[in-house]
Write a protein of this length. Sequence first.
Length: 291
Amino acid sequence: MNIQWYPGHMTKAMRAMKADIAMVDVIIELLDARAPFASRNPDIDELGRGKSRLVLLNKADLADDRMNEAWIWYFKSKGFSVLKINAKNGVGIRQILPAVQEACREKIERNRRRGILNRPIRAMVVGIPNVGKSTFINSFVGKSRAKTGNKPGVTRANQWIRLNPSLELLDTPGVLWPKFEDPQIGVSLALIGSINDEILNKEELALELLRHLCRYAPEGLKRRYDLEICGETPDIPVMMKMLETIARRRGLLAKGGEPEMEKAAGILLDDFRAGRLGAITLEAPPSGDAA
Ligand code: G4P
């Protein structure tokens, strides 16, 4: 599957973040718990060099909880602070402030030794599109959304939000564009909705999803569409037949009675993205040291 990509966006977003980074103590990096590897832009390590780091596995409710734990273990083994959260309903949000303080402990200690006692920690939130940055910021900041005004040297129009006396967030979320050469990463990004559907072939993407679901999470397919699953590794004609069955069961038939395959693909993708096929993770932590 060939997904087209436009790296121009990436350069621009990165340049904007570089302008702000000097003001920041800690980078809060949001990943999609269903695809933590694909949703992680590796350039963030260069951008965040010397900064404290907190990884948040967001949308943990949509991901397999055993895999959430495996990913937490993986990122911890790489030296990151990590939490799983659900920005939408607020689960896990209360653990974030203590985790930020823990991640910045050395800096807080250094300040204390220098007699700087009341300086808040400053955090920048970054993540690829659709990972849940806006939802997270609203949930984290809640009602305490009080702008603290521009600080000299900060990119014009950027504001700091004071959460409490010990933490300020940079208001403009850093949009990191996804980065990939491996088409499989592109497929994961498309499945979690971080790449615009318009540049994709929905049917091909639905087949990629079926391939994964038949192998790792067939129950949701059986439950939702009453599909018969023939083996863990169905070939393309078998998967096309499954899509056709979804179309027929949903009454998606063209005038001549032909199943509307693209619409069936859309339904399958929407159901997956909304968690209606179960809590499913697309990627296992790499066994090498790719983080
Ligand atoms: P962004 O700023 O990073 O682009 O993402 P945004 O906050 O707009 O969130 C993208 C979508 O993901 C939204 O759904 C949002 O509700 C959903 N979302 C964010 N965090 C979580 C989470 O932890 N769990 C789940 N299940 N969903 C989450 P939407 O369909 O675009 O909007 P809405 O219908 O929910 O309002």
